[in-house]
Write a protein that binds this ligand. Sequence first.
Ligand SMILES: Nc1nc2c(ncn2[C@@H]2O[C@H](COP(=O)(O)OP(=O)(O)OP(=O)(O)O)[C@@H](O)[C@H]2O)c(=O)[nH]1
Ligand SMILES: [Mg+2]
Length: 395
Amino acid sequence: MFDRARSRPLGAERAVLVQMDLRGTGRGQDQAAELAELRELARSAGVIPVTAIGGTRKKPSPQYYVGSGKAEEIRAAVEREQAVVAVFNHELSPSQERNLQRLLNCRVLDRTGLILEIFARRAQTHEGKLQVELAQLQHISTRLVRGWTHLERQKGGIGLRGGPGETQLESDRRLIAGRIKQVQKHLDKVQQQRAQGRKRRSKAALPTLSLVGYTNAGKSTLFNTLTGAKIYAANQLFATLDPTMRRIELPGGAPAVLADTVGFIRDLPHGLVAAFRATLEETRLASLLLHVVDASDPQHQERREQVNQVLQEIGARDIPQIEVYNKIDLVENGAPRLERNHDGSVKRVWVSAANGAGLDLLRLALAEHAAGQRNTNQYEHAINGLEEQQLAEAL
Ligand SMILES: Nc1nc2c(ncn2[C@@H]2O[C@H](COP(=O)(O)OP(=O)(O)OP(=O)(O)O)[C@@H](O)[C@H]2O)c(=O)[nH]1
Ligand SMILES: [Mg+2]
């Protein structure tokens, strides 16, 4: 079997965190915020961060990512703290990961591995679980294949063929490749159904408003307040993984669909974006994006940019966007208000999803947007009284 220890779920394990400042500029504030986020990610993955190690480097070293002195410092910390996992806030190459694992004598997780771990814990639906499994298998398979090449070479060197190690590797590869194919097939089926649902919605000319934003910005809380639903909202990163949709009524009675989905994060791993293509498709095909920003977060400007970058990557940057600056109850002098662009369209609404302040302004903004769309005749059908039955089907 392939390395089971590596794919075992984590639970209340002691972790040493590692974060290097590669820019070498020592910009303290950014590093502190990044480290705070890493701590939250680690907690969300179910491990207990016991200590953090930092430092500066001009560029990653091929062997350990960090220099050998720093690697030794990490090893000592792992031993001292009796940690069983070391979490790097960076992308590690398969060989760096392997070298570190050997030196530190504990499990090593890079940023992608950590995020995958959280996703695996959060996936609820069949589709969500399949998507995470696919991303995990792909992550493991690159590591497995490249991680073992040195053994193959050794064997070749002394003229051994078909030894037990090689057979094992071959069968592991086959196993993983087979499973990837199987998962992909299942996913295709599930995703066809999702595409049909989307087709029905667009036939009914129901505008889909999609909540997007950095993880923990308050999307699900806002979703619950606007729809009266009770989906899971919590102070953890990636609380939501699977998309949820509900019908809402805009002021004036026009129906729309509100969608809540997975939050974004800096450097969202590409494999994950690919695995979640279908989920993100809900976002890509929305008629309006509500970009939720945590106004109380000191990093909110950078994070808003990072969300826009992911939107760009998935081809959703040109969809009209209203920024919802949330959590004004935590901001000094935070008052509900509405800002407009030069052309008069709504740019930004300041609200508190928790206490409801500003939500009337947000509803107004949504109605205004829908009216704008109506003028272009796009949603006439929806407004000219759609049968309840049809709506239920569309959802
Ligand atoms: N004070 C305050 N807290 C809020 C507000 N909106 C959300 N929160 C809190 O922020 C945390 C995250 O809220 P969620 O709604 O789960 O955030 P999310 O954007 O859905 O997060 P992910 O699903 O993890 O991407 C929770 O603890 C909420 O209670 C707000 O307006 N004010
Ligand atoms: Mg959520």
